[in-house]
Design a protein around this ligand. Structure first.
Ligand code: F6P
Length: 553
């Protein structure tokens, strides 16, 4: 049975010779503050910033010093990161439980394989046909709406990117709208269908396996909806599919020429770069989709070639390891200061937590340390008015990544002023987290406001903000396809680096399967099949459900 992770780090300490020095360095830094680190080193911002693939990472407001960075380089060597990066980038088997490469970087390389190029070309034909209006539905009308039906990696990546790149939607005169349906909850698809006309709607069934309950159920329902409107409708004109299981997509009823392949060497949560991303390309056009690939490729090149000390994904990963193991951080927050990036935290939840939520190492041995953190967050400034209070004064230690595009797609004078407020808030939150508000400042401010000594004493502890909360700022010019591609690839590689340090497999997800198996059994019971027995709690809840849905209610 797997041992419970307790953060003891025993096996990490015995695996990595630099571990005790990292521990000692952390203890030393616990006696200082971020403010003091800046006071000690006027060059800190230059020394603790990196640029790559159009992104700038300012990591100066972290609890690290020059020695920490040297130890990070030692850790990279001791964990054989260069070899691990080479293995990932060249398509070696890195997913050992499923005996597969995780070769998403091949999807965005200029020198990719014939099968990838051919798929991109077919994607382009389909995208151009739909966007230009030459693809016609069963009634002869052009397509106005595309609905991506998929879940997990077949939804979160495409949906997040599609939303992020909305300003590129109509640049070539196309008026196509894109929608995303993922949940088995009937309300999800029903809400979308209520806005649409079957004659002008094209469904993309995106499923690597073409066995996923939610996706197949929604796809079947979408087809029924079409046929309910016109029983003679040619459904082939309204469905495209993307899958590794071409035969299953054909059996569902998608015309063979409209099924795009995917490959088992692409993990679901790393698949937006494949034809699974066709809904993105439908929305923004193929040239912009290729820009997205190019941005990711630029980050791939940086990751494969930059030395550890200047390697942005490695640094981001090791900062995460640092806070997890030596500062007991349980989570990190991602706070994008751009409305178009509001779905980024949700996307990163799957990328990070499905990848590194593991409790055994590559050899199947229980690990005695914490692996993947909890990822959470929301777009600023909204989060400032809800959970930032806990970031500033809560008892938990939560490192933060601020994502800051420097220019807005909104360009009027009023928009520019609002955007300046947005940026000002991002920079202020970063500063406030790092510096806090000292006892002395609080007392002085209260005294200046005319309060009595007793009132000052009472209020002061509530208003002191300790600061010393580390944060990164990842900035870039604007949310463009290229910058977004680089940003996503940055986090993909960060997650991989951490998995290498932790010796875990980032590319399987067996835990998800248990819920799927149980759900089938419970579904059968809810549907009246009494052959299975359940624990008392589940049985009582089944009875509640049955009671609530009984015809006599
Ligand atoms: O939830 C598990 C999972 O396998 C994810 O990893 C994947 O992205 C999702 O289901 C969807 O799978 P598919 O694309 O095969 O429908």
């Amino acid at each position: 049975m797997a041992a419970k992770s307790n953060g003891n780090n025993n096996s990490l300490a015995s695996r990595y010779a630099c571990w005790p020095s990292l521990q000692a360095n952390a203890e030393l830094l616990k006696g200082t503050s971020i403010t003091q680190l800046f006071a000690d080193n006027p060059q800190r911002v230059e020394e603790f910033s990196l640029e790559a693939a159009g992104l700038r990472l300012d990591f100066s407001k972290n609890l690290v010093n020059t020695e920490t960075l040297q130890l990070f380089s030692s850790l990279s060597e001791q964990a054989k990161l260069p070899e691990a990066i080479h293995a990932l980038s060249t398509g070696e088997v890195v997913n050992h439980t499923e005996k597969r490469p995780a070769w998403h970087s091949a999807l965005r390389s200029a020198n990719t394989s014939e099968e990838v190029n051919q798929t991109l070309l077919r994607m382009e034909q389909l995208v151009n046909a739909v966007r230009s209006g030459s693809w016609r539905g069963y009634s002869g009308e052009a397509i106005t709406d595309v609905v991506n039906i998929g879940i997990g990696g077949s939804d979160l990546g495409p949906h997040m990117v599609s939303h992020a790149l909305m300003p590129y939607r109509h640049t070539d005169g196309s008026t196509l709208s894109c929608h995303y349906v993922s949940n088995i909850d009937p309300s999800d698809l029903n809400e979308v269908l209520a806005q649409l006309r079957p004659q002008t709607t094209l469904f993309i069934v995106a499923s690597k396996s073409f066995t996923t309950l939610e996706t197949l159920s929604n796809a079947n329902k979408a087809r029924d909806w079409l046929l309910q409107h016109d029983s003679d409708a040619d459904t082939g004109k309204h469905f495209i599919a993307v899958s590794t299981a071409i035969d299953k997509a054909v059996a569902f009823g998608v015309d063979a020429e409209n099924i795009l392949p995917m490959w088992d060497w692409v993990g679901g949560r790393y698949s937006l770069w494949s034809a699974i991303g066709i809904s993105i390309a439908m929305g923004i056009g193929m040239n912009h989709f290729r820009e997205l690939l190019a941005g990711a490729h630029a980050m791939d090149q940086h990751f494969a070639n930059a030395p550890a000390s200047e390697n942005m994904p490695i640094l981001l990963a090791l900062l995460g390891i640092w806070y997890s193991h030596f500062w007991h951080a349980q989570s990190y927050a991602v706070l994008p200061y751009d409305h178009y990036l509001k779905l980024l935290p949700e996307f990163l939840q799957q990328l990070d937590m499905e990848s590194n939520g593991k409790n055994v190492n590559q050899n199947g041995e229980a690990i005695d340390y914490n692996s993947g953190p909890i990822v959470w967050g929301a777009a600023g400034t909204n989060g400032q008015h809800s959970f930032h209070q806990l970031l500033h004064q809560g008892t938990r230690f939560v490192p933060v990544d601020f994502i800051l595009p420097l220019t807005s797609h909104q360009t009027s004078a009023t928009d520019q002023q609002q955007h300046r407020h947005l940026v000002a808030n991002c920079l202020s939150q970063s500063k406030a987290l790092a510096e806090g508000k000292s006892l002395q400042t609080v007392k002085q401010e209260l005294a200046e406001s005319g309060l009595s000594d007793t009132e000052i004493e009472t209020l002061t502890p509530h208003k002191v903000i300790a600061g010393n909360r580390p944060n990164n700022i990842i900035s870039f010019t604007q949310v463009t396809p290229r910058n977004l591609g680089a940003l996503i690839a940055l986090y993909e590689h960060k997650v991989y680096v951490q998995s290498v340090i932790w010796q875990i497999n980032a590319f399987d997800q067996w835990g998800v399967e248990l819920g799927k198996q149980l759900s089938n059994k419970v579904f059968n019971r809810l549907s009246g099949d009494n052959s299975e027995t359940f624990d008392a709690s589940t049985q009582a809840l089944i009875d509640h459900y049955t009671n609530a849905n009984s015809p006599t209610k």
